[in-house]
Design a protein. Sequence first.
Length: 167
Amino acid sequence: MKRAQRRAQRETSAGGVVCRRGADGVVRFLLIRDSYKNWGFPKGHLEPGEPPAEAARREVAEETGLGDLVLHGPIQVIDWYFRFRGKTIHKYCHFFLFESRQGDPVPQAEEGITDCAWHQLAEAVRTISYANARGVLERAAEMVQALAHVQVEGAGEGAENKGGGTA
């Protein structure tokens, strides 16, 4: 480890990977473009005493205008080093999976967001500007697939019970 990394100032942030299943059944993921023209996920600093999941929900709302988000759980924590105003920062970002069932995202210019767009998984993987964010997206896609499997199984069991279910 480099000496500057050992002396790095630690920062914690939280972000949200937002998904939506369209009427066509296809799952799409929301990406935002920042003022540097990089594509990624809504994220930002935690307020004092704010739990990471609440911060992630707040950041998604602040940067995209989307509310009514369903939290499906934590995805993973990623970390990276960068320089800011002469200091080395070691940032940890907690990512959470959210589902948005309604509303259109609107880039919030006052938050430095220049665009919001829904992408199917393969296109989103190609569009994301940061390699570590691609890993977050891939893990989120695995979670979405597992959730869909659980929902389908649950629906099937309910249908059998409602119909008097013979085996």
